[in-house]
Design a protein around this ligand. Structure first.
Ligand code: ADP
Ligand code: ADP
Length: 237
């Protein structure tokens, strides 16, 4: 599903964000990327949807051979890969439903989305997505009025409305309290199991990975230092 072959990322200031990363992530897998702050987790996940351009190697996502210089390929890539962030990245002054409909924007002409005119089937999909994360009753509330955990669920629903093949989550629970963090991780795990979406989640703590992931990738200084089933991961990864 996702293949990294000898991937390097050199940032414009010359800093090496990734060094010779080789990985194969299978369809439907739930992978946790674990490492200290600055280890390169974000860089790794962001190369998958082209947010960070890799500088050498070959990256394949589904049937797309990623070329960071090709706008058309990046569009195709991003329509299949949904992204969730630590800070939720919602438009907090509009409704939950409108935030989720952003997930349909690739399917909607810009003038229609600016006017808030979405097709009935897009709205239907948005409601289904909200239902899947248990907040359909919040559809008409302003996103700003929701708790952190609820806002992250809106972000998950927005990604689901996109009907993705891959979900990338960059420290999705790092700003949530532990019980809420577990609930959001449980949602991501359930969605991966129900829909078979390949899911890659960055996190600081192996504990969370142990409870929810199939596989752990450990990173340090831009390199993969561990890659194996979650049962084999030790605190050194
Ligand atoms: P993590 O997600 O594990 O905390 P990151 O991938 O965010 O790690 O960062 C890895 C390293 O790359 C850090 O040292 C960070 O400062 C550096 N880095 C990240 N983005 C840039 C950038 N745009 N330019 C230069 N260095 C960067
Ligand atoms: P996080 O800890 O969530 O990975 P950071 O605070 O490390 O976020 O980075 C926030 C933003 O700043 C990111 O877009 C990252 O690429 C960029 N960045 C991080 N380190 C550097 C750096 N040394 N030089 C330039 N940009 C950086």
């Amino acid at each position: 599903m996702i293949t990294f072959e000898n991937i390097d990322v050199v940032y414009p200031n010359g800093f090496k964000g990734l060094s010779n990363v080789n990985l194969q992530i299978n369809k439907g897998e739930f992978v946790a990327i674990v490492g200290l702050s600055g280890a390169g987790k974000s860089t790794l996940i962001r190369t998958v949807n082209g947010l960070v351009p890799f500088t050498s190697g070959t990256l394949t996502v589904g049937d797309v051979v990623v070329d960071p210089r090709s706008k058309a390929k990046l569009r195709r890539l991003r329509s299949r890969v949904g992204m969730i962030f630590q800070s939720f990245n919602l438009v907090t002054r509009v409704s939950v439903l409108n935030n989720v409909l952003v997930g349909r924007s690739a399917e909607t002409p810009t003038w229609r989305s600016l006017l808030g005119w979405y097709r009935a089937e897009d709205k239907e999909l948005a409601f289904q997505s909200l239902e899947r994360v248990g907040i359909v009753d919040k559809a008409y509330m302003r996103a700003a009025s929701l708790s952190g955990g609820q806002q992250q669920r809106v972000a998950i629903a927005r990604v689901l409305a996109q009907d993705p093949e891959v979900i990338l989550a960059d420290e999705p629970v790092a700003s949530l309290d532990p019980p809420t963090a577990h609930k959001v991780m449980r949602d991501l795990r359930r969605i991966q199991q129900e829909l078979g979406i390949t899911t890659i989640v960055n996190m600081h703590h192996l504990d969370l990975a142990r409870s929810y992931a199939d596989r752990v990738i450990g990173m340090r200084a831009g390199e993969v230092v561990f890659d194996g089933p979650v049962e084999e991961a030790t605190d050194e990864v």
